[in-house]
Design a protein around this ligand. Structure first.
Ligand code: SF4
Length: 381
């Protein structure tokens, strides 16, 4: 009997834009974003925070530019980091122009909020001259007064109408290099707004549940809201919005994408909750391993299971498996097959070594393949 494919996600077809050198939309991988929370004019602190996020794998970072001091600092920040920077602008069109000149890769700005058509033209010109894309960011909490009067309350229809109104202003200026977000802190509202927007346009969508909460509650809320959208193929770039360090938002973003098989980065740990049958301390081991393996970016799966009830089965499906055995006879599996035994005192150090060695092998193979492809391309010229 054939098994129906049950892991497929069909991504919504949309345009592709560039945020610096990072593609968003089309067939590009779904990217993970966050936002700095340092004072932007404190260049050293902002650069340090961006670098921490880069280590966590962030693809794009947004930086607030509320004043001239911030756009002046942006120039120095952009030079010191690798990821493209989105300048977050509210209302002040001059900040947008300054940010574009300072090297921002994208401007987060709602063209309907910056005043005259002339100002919009100036911002669009600056974006075009400096290779900036834009993001229209509609938020349920700051909808235009006329839409609130028309619809009575923030609702998906009002949010989509707001987004399309802003989009039309850019289209009228012959500018199409933008993505759109329609965020709300209410999961139902955010999901419904994104679903309606996904049907109404073919622009890439920046997906997020805004002001989702603290690390745990916000992660759950984001996973439900963004997870259901991503599962339905909606979303080209994501930002998890937590009252937590930006690097945590990045890690949670990747975990959401990993859960759906949409991005693979780092070690995907499969572990059991543990119970009276556990033959080693599963919770403590997993907690230490997650910290010790945080630096690994190579995609790989690792199962850590307390006993033979589920251990061998999970190990068969993972790159590296570890199952607790009685009398200190724990079993290591490599590529699904039994490899060797391990004692309590060796568990963490040995598993870290196995993962690091495997990551190094995979990266070396990848580099060799890339080198061979490059040599082939030169030979074909
Ligand atoms: S795999 Fe074993 S130790 Fe882990 S929860 Fe299940 S029965 Fe308990």
């Amino acid at each position: 009997m054939s098994v129906r494919p049950y892991r497929e996600i069909h991504r919504r077809k949309c345009r592709k834009i560039m945020v610096g050198n990072v593609p968003v939309g089309g067939d590009a991988p779904i990217t993970v974003q966050t936002m700095t929370n340092t004072l932007t004019h404190d260049v050293d602190a902002t650069v340090a925070q961006i670098r921490t996020c880069e280590e966590a794998g962030v693809d794009i970072i947004r930086v607030s530019c509320p004043d001239e001091e911030s756009t002046a600092a942006l120039k120095h920040i952009v030079r010191q980091v690798k990821v493209p920077i989105v300048a977050d602008i509210h209302f002040h069109y001059k900040r947008a122009i300054e940010a574009a000149e300072a090297g921002a890769a994208c401007l987060r700005i709602n063209p309907g909020n910056i005043g005259s058509a002339e100002r919009v033209r100036e911002v669009v010109k600056a974006a075009r001259d400096h290779g900036c894309s834009m993001r229209i960011g509609v938020n349920a909490g700051s909808l235009e007064r006329d839409l609130l009067e028309k619809y009575g309350e923030p609702c998906p229809e009002a949010m989509v109408e707001s987004a399309l109104d802003h989009a039309r202003i850019l289209e009228d200026n012959d500018f199409f290099e933008f993505k759109i977000s329609v965020k709300a802190s209410d999961v139902f509202l955010a999901v419904a707004a994104y679903q309606a927007l996904a049907d109404a346009c073919d622009y890439p969508l920046h997906v997020g549940v805004t002001e989702a909460g603290g690390l745990r509650s916000g992660t759950v809320k984001s996973a439900i809201g963004m997870g259901s959208l991503l599962w339905a193929g909606i979303g080209d770039t994501i930002r998890v919005s937590l009252s937590a360090e930006p690097a945590e938002e990045v890690r949670v973003g990747f975990d959401i994408l990993k859960s759906l098989g949409l991005r693979h980065r780092g070690v995907n740990v499969i572990s059991c909750p543990s119970c009276a049958r556990q033959n080693f301390n599963v919770i403590e081991t997993v907690s230490i391993l997650e910290q010790r393996l945080a630096h690994i970016s190579t995609p790989m799966s690792l199962s850590i299971i307390g006993c033979v009830v589920n251990g061998p089965g999970e190990a068969r499906e993972t790159d590296i498996g570890f199952t607790g055995g009685g009398n200190n006879t724990h079993q290591v599996y490599l590529n699904g097959a039994q490899a060797h035994r391990l004692k309590d005192e060796d568990i963490v150090a040995h598993l870290v070594k196995l993962v690091e060695e495997k990551a190094a092998r995979i990266e070396a193979e990848k580099a060799a393949l890339e080198q061979a492809a490059a040599a082939q391309a030169v030979a074909a010229e």
